[in-house]
Design a binder for this molecule. Structure first.
Ligand code: CP
Length: 346
């Protein structure tokens, strides 16, 4: 695809070469994310970070990514803090905000709302998550992390086997990730969910239509055997019709060190888009895995900055200019660990 000036709304926009291009640019962003040097390539540019649903890492890492490229960030963090609460339409909001910004990142609880907003926007819009539909930048950073982790085993994404665990019905990160993985060759997916929270049929069929293997499980242990990656997810409580219904699913699947040791190969990578639900009754990814060197969850979050810097650089057409605006770092910088080689560093 031509990234310049275009919206990023769905991973369905990408082919394999697009994904590889994003990853190549993300690799080039590493010295800036690591604070080895800074760049001011987007000096004067403004991103509007419009998050109409709760977020920690997507909102802050998109903002940090823009700042690391030298640009300014304006934020709204809730519907009630915006004029949507007074009945303003997405159309009007988009017309207004695109007069203030060079690019907009938006998260909204309604599926396809970001696409509706983008139609009225005069500047590129990046989907930061639209209800249960898609979370394209999350899937990109997840796949980027899988590629990085599996490279340590001397392999690439082709031939990868991934267990997707938990709420596969409402989990938008899973939806986008399945579509992205489908662009590669010989993927095997183990779909492990409670009855009622299975991956939507259309996504299963699309993955199978591309010639990949899909196996469904309703129990954790048999599904996590013999895969390269465990991708654990939270029950998306906010998407359920009632809290009582969400409560039925809480804590059904819990991955901990003991289960991992019994059922997984010693180098099986553990991922989660986060947030993980660490409340007593949930704990889908136990804290006792925190010292497991294959726990990649914080390498994922670090990689989110690289991938989001890459998206901004591609959409705003500054990829070739980033290094021309580089400067040395003049302040104390803590050592950061972005590489899978740093596994085990907490
Ligand atoms: N993974 C993710 O989207 O996290 P946030 O909801 O904190 O942004």
């Amino acid at each position: 695809m031509d990234f310049v000036g275009n919206h990023i709304l769905s991973v369905g926009q990408f082919d394999r070469s697009d994904v590889e291009r994003i990853f190549q640019v993300a690799d080039d962003m590493r010295p800036y994310a690591m604070r080895n040097r800074i760049t001011r390539v987007l000096e004067g540019a403004i991103v509007s970070n419009m998050f109409f649903e709760p977020s920690t890492r997507t909102r802050v890492s998109f903002g940090s990514a823009f700042n690391l490229l030298g640009g300014e960030v304006r934020e709204t963090t809730e519907v009630k803090a915006s004029s949507l609460a007074k009945g303003e339409s997405l159309y009007d909001t988009a017309r207004v905000l695109s007069g203030y910004s060079d690019v907009i990142v938006m998260r909204h609880p309604e599926p396809h709302s970001v696409a509706e907003f983008a139609q009225a926007s005069r500047v590129p819009v990046i989907n930061g998550g639209d209800g249960p539909n898609e979370h394209p930048s999350q899937a990109l950073l997840d796949l980027y992390t899988m590629r990085q982790e599996i490279a340590e085993q001397g392999r690439g994404v082709d031939g990868l086997s991934v267990a997707l665990i938990g709420d596969l019905k409402y989990g938008r990160a899973v939806h986008s990730l399945c579509k992205l993985l489908g662009l590669f060759d010989d993927i095997r997916l183990h779909l492990i969910s409670p009855p009622g929270l299975e991956l939507p049929d259309d996504i299963v069929k699309a993955v199978q239509a591309n010639g990949h293997e899909v196996h469904a499980f309703h129990e954790l242990e048999p599904g996590i055997h013999g895969v390269d990656i465990l991708y654990v997810t939270r029950t998306q409580e906010e998407r359920f019709p009632s809290q009582a219904e969400a409560d039925r699913y809480r804590g059904l699947f819990r991955l901990n060190q003991s289960i991992y040791t019994q059922h997984c190969e010693p180098n099986t990578v553990i991922m989660h888009p986060l947030p993980r639900d660490s409340r007593e009754q949930a704990q889908e990814l136990d804290d006792d895995l925190n010292t497991n060197p294959n726990l990649a969850i914080f390498r994922q979050t670090d990689n989110g900055v690289l991938v989001r810097m890459a998206l901004f650089a591609l959409v705003l057409d500054v990829v070739g200019e980033v290094d021309n605006h580089a400067q040395p770092v003049t302040w104390y910088t803590a050592k950061r660990h972005l590489s899978a080689k740093d596994r085990g560093v907490r």
